[in-house]
Write a protein that binds this ligand. Sequence first.
Ligand SMILES: *[C@@H]1O[C@H](CO)[C@@H](O)[C@H](O)[C@H]1NC(C)=O
Ligand SMILES: *[C@@H]1O[C@H](CO)[C@@H](O)[C@H](O)[C@H]1NC(C)=O
Ligand SMILES: *[C@@H]1O[C@H](CO)[C@@H](O)[C@H](O)[C@H]1NC(C)=O
Ligand SMILES: *[C@@H]1O[C@H](CO)[C@@H](O)[C@H](O)[C@H]1NC(C)=O
Ligand SMILES: *[C@@H]1O[C@H](CO)[C@@H](O)[C@H](O)[C@H]1NC(C)=O
Ligand SMILES: *[C@@H]1O[C@H](CO)[C@@H](O)[C@H](O)[C@H]1NC(C)=O
Length: 542
Amino acid sequence: MLLTSILTALILLSPALSSQSPLTDSLGTDNGPSPQSARENAQHIFNAVHAAMRQWDSSLKHNGMSFFAATIPNNTLLYHGAHTKEPVKGMEWLAFEIEHAEMFARGRGPPGRRPGGGGPGRGPPGEGPPGEGGPGNGRGPPPPFTFEKDRHSAEDEEPVQHGYLHTYRTSRPLTKLLYIDGMSAGKTSMGTLDTQDLILGNASQTQAPWGDYQRAVTLCELGAEAGIEGFLRMEAGFELILCNFTEGLEFVSAYQRPDATDDPEAGFSELSQFEYVRGVAARYHGINGGRVVLDYSTMVSAFFYGLNLTNPDPKKAVLPRLVSNSAEERERVKDDVVSLFSPARSEEHSTIDWLGITDMIVTRYSDRLQFLASGNLTNRTMLSEINFLLNVFIDYTEPSIPNSIQKCTDIYLTLIPGTISDHLIYEALSTVSSKICRTLFEVRTILFEDASATSNSAVEQGNEAIQALIDYLDWPTWLECGKCAYDEVCFVAIWPWGAPEDHENPGCIKVDDLRSRHGYWDMNGGGGGPRPKGVDEGREDL
Ligand SMILES: *[C@@H]1O[C@H](CO)[C@@H](O)[C@H](O)[C@H]1NC(C)=O
Ligand SMILES: *[C@@H]1O[C@H](CO)[C@@H](O)[C@H](O)[C@H]1NC(C)=O
Ligand SMILES: *[C@@H]1O[C@H](CO)[C@@H](O)[C@H](O)[C@H]1NC(C)=O
Ligand SMILES: *[C@@H]1O[C@H](CO)[C@@H](O)[C@H](O)[C@H]1NC(C)=O
Ligand SMILES: *[C@@H]1O[C@H](CO)[C@@H](O)[C@H](O)[C@H]1NC(C)=O
Ligand SMILES: *[C@@H]1O[C@H](CO)[C@@H](O)[C@H](O)[C@H]1NC(C)=O
């Protein structure tokens, strides 16, 4: 049964379901989604909702497991880099930010002749059609963090074509888009492509990470069947694979770019990579301007299902994978994604701002939990902080901890779920919220009961309980850099850039530090085929 049919069945069977009554666990038959899975994966679902269309969270939790239906409003500007000024017809990539498209707005020599001409994501030289791997059809992005002047080797002999920056404008709202979360345009074998290649694609056709043109063709074929007109993904910037440029898009302009030059006096390229990262960092917490509207109430997440999401690489255990599931299990998730675009489904539009709700929970507790866990507090300050957080939930005429925990859990969860997704998200958020509340009440009890006893052991026990909660929640807010100096950017590993420490412990870095940051992303072929030359070359530079 698909999500829609379950929904219909439930509504038919139980008109009272529009209340917050939990879904029955019988939902989870037939490889289907279940409240039980939503509770088991509660913190991951919470974090996926909080990460939606945010570069920061999605870079850290780069193996996305979720999908959302999305809309780009009318009159939204989108950018594309190319080596010709002709408007694109058919399928191509579009960027939301100029600097992202600019990376592709470069001239190029004859296809296949230029060593390393394909950046990561481009197929074997000379084999693929133009346009692989990013919001441009010139070539992939230049090897990251090497400056233009370092990269001129064999290029000089080739006839120079100019690069062009295309601007397009949506001529109607693009309402049938699928957002694939995580670092879903990161061409890695680490799991960033699992939802695309194993759920939406044909899992029996092993897909090499760099085969992005073929991937996009496969996605658009599915789109043509299912009524999906494009796919939103993220790399260093958000992008749209639009399946048909002649539908819903108006060509605005193509501006010729300055030609790359060896002359440092020209001043064109020295800072461009650094400034690109600065631009990406400006979108860490959302792409802004209402340019993408997600329908959170359509979320379909692998976390909703009873899937084995274990990463076979024990060193990457915190990152989920979809490699251990049966074809039937994957097919079930795909059916539920496709059904989001069925005509019946597109009529329902409840759209609860679940992202805003996770924000309210995170902003209430994120800093305060670290404060409580810091080991800097005396028993008095700790108790006073806990009381501040909890007193509002206690009716002192008749104190009841269970009632207070419930009140605390529900504080931001007053909305009435509509869709099946809403119910599952509700289940996850309320599990997380309840865990926070129960832990705080537990620490409060420890501190109270210890009042007469010796020492600071109560504080230590409290610290431990809060630290365990922090480990469970795993919020990306705790890795934020704070304000960097003006000559620095807050840098987290974003495909294809970054060293392992940039993933573990992001920080402010200066322009000259960027060049040495490589090694986090594994771009070896998942499919076991020969590695294309371009990728080897690109990798050297990362
Ligand atoms: C989109 O915007 C253009 C320009 O404002 C307008 O002419 C057109 O009717 C709009 N289309 C829709 C479907 O709203
Ligand atoms: C998937 O690919 C395999 C091997 O190429 C093929 O036999 C099969 O028919 C494909 N399945 C679908 C659903 O396209
Ligand atoms: C793209 O859209 C145009 C205009 O609606 C249509 O004529 C064309 O057939 C479409 N192309 C594909 C490949 O669907
Ligand atoms: C889940 O997948 C992992 C990795 O493939 C495997 O080691 C483990 O046995 C699987 N667990 C179950 C319950 O099948
Ligand atoms: C604990 O106190 C030290 C010293 O004042 C301070 O540097 C640190 O930031 C504090 N930790 C937290 C989490 O507040
Ligand atoms: C805090 O700990 C001290 C001993 O270190 C103890 O005398 C005092 O009663 C404790 N206060 C509270 C509120 O627990």
